[in-house]
Design a protein around this ligand. Structure first.
Ligand code: NAI
Length: 362
């Protein structure tokens, strides 16, 4: 296979990042099929056609259903809001298309399970692709810090900390699901599973909504703008924390979208009987081993496809190029590489357990 036609459904932040990843793919992975930008869909009038002009899609539409029968499309990026993942995902999966879908994949585990087809399904759990995370995984696999006793995973940000931030789809249960659980918590749960192993139980949990009302958006939003309309109710979680068990390992996980003063503070501390590993996304190329920073380099995950030597910085967008490469490699080889639909289903189940456990607490 020399080329594969792709469509991108939903052209907000993630739609743009997936598109740019497709365009850069062959620059970093010359042996993989060349993604051809066939179609882009976005329901905001003008948004898809602007994307087509800027990035070179052959067709633009406001209705993704127009693309279901297009024989030129072999793979589909689903980068629309969470409430549409199920409908769009199930429709394209039924046609046998390969799918690269953003986390959390729908509103809950049931939505993720509804995506059934013969194509490969890749999920946007990008943080597991950071070369430092891959180095940590290799160290853990080799027993490099002994038996893991306890670990902390935190995904803290302040993107929703302004009380006048617009009441977008993210804050409504029917559109955004369980708020920060699916938004940042899904990434944290995926990292826990990827590094430490399957989560056995949720032993304690708590959740909170700290900003209960927000103004409606003034018009079509492109992110986290101020709202100018009447106040409405925030329906899903701003924050959660939970205690988990992975075998005998005790794990704490916390995520917040209203952590004033913290921006993209995503990472972990993992303690073993003979050492410690620590990682912070904001210093993506650094793994802290026993308190000492080690710069990752070629040989750590996919680093070598981007930079020639250690301590050259990689970016968030590079993680999406890696994800695109693993997606296409999975299609070519018929063997999954990277996060798949069962990973999204399991993450959603754990997050559902956390939400349930939190409401069961006094
Ligand atoms: P966004 O709000 O920037 O973009 C969503 C786009 O979908 C908008 O352009 C909107 O007009 C479009 N859309 C809405 N209804 C549509 C429809 N019926 N047909 C076609 N397009 C439609 O949102 P963002 O941040 O790009 O998030 C999209 C997805 O990506 C979400 O599921 C989110 O959880 C995920 N995400 C993942 C991240 C990661 O690190 N992996 C980071 C940010 C978001």
């Amino acid at each position: 296979m020399d080329a594969i036609g792709v469509a991108v459904i939903g052209f907000g932040w993630m739609g743009r990042v997936h598109t740019q990843a497709y365009l850069r793919l062959r620059q970093h992975y010359p042996d993989l099929p060349r993604p051809e930008l066939v179609a882009v869909a976005d329901d905001v009038p003008g948004r898809a056609s602007e994307a087509a002009t800027r990035y070179g899609f052959q067709i633009a539409t406001t209705d993704w259903r127009d693309l279901l029968e297009d024989p030129r499309i072999g793979a589909v990026s689903i980068t629309a809001p969470n409430f549409l993942h199920r409908e769009i995902g199930a429709a394209f999966a039924a046609t046998g298309r390969h799918i690269w879908i953003e986390k959390p994949v729908g509103l809950d585990a049931g939505d993720a399970r509804a995506i059934v087809g013969n194509g490969h399904v890749a999920v946007g759990f990008n943080y597991r692709h950071a070369p430092a995370v891959q180095r940590a995984r290799a160290i853990l696999r080799d027993g490099g810090i002994g038996a893991v006793t306890h670990a902390r995973f935190a995904f803290l940000s302040d993107y929703a900390s302004a009380p006048d931030g617009a009441l977008t789809w993210r804050f409504l249960r029917a559109y955004g699901g369980n708020g920060v659980l699916g938004d940042l918590g899904a990434h944290a749960v995926d990292l826990i599973r990827h590094l430490l192993g399957e989560i056995d139980t949720v032993t304690a949990a708590d959740t909170a909504i700290f900003i209960p009302r927000r103004p409606a958006p003034g018009g079509a939003t492109t992110g986290h703008e101020r709202g100018t309309g009447p106040l409405g109710t925030v329906e899903n979680e701003d924050w959660f924390a939970a205690l988990l068990r992975v075998g005998d390992t005790r794990v704490t996980v916390e995520a917040s979208r209203v952590a004033v003063g913290r921006q993209n503070h995503y990472g972990f501390d993992i303690h073993g009987t003979a050492g410690m590993l620590s990682w912070d996304f904001r210093r993506m190329g650094e793994l802290v081993v026993d308190g000492r920073p080690v710069f990752v380099g070629p040989g750590d995950g996919e680093f070598g496809a981007f930079q020639p030597g250690p301590a050259n910085a990689m970016s968030y967008d590079d993680l999406k190029v890696i994800e695109a490469a693993l997606f296409l490699r999975s299609i070519v080889e018929g063997v999954p590489h990277g996060a798949t639909l069962p990973d999204a289903i399991r993450a959603a189940e754990v997050l559902g357990d956390i939400a349930h456990r939190a409401t069961a607490e006094p």
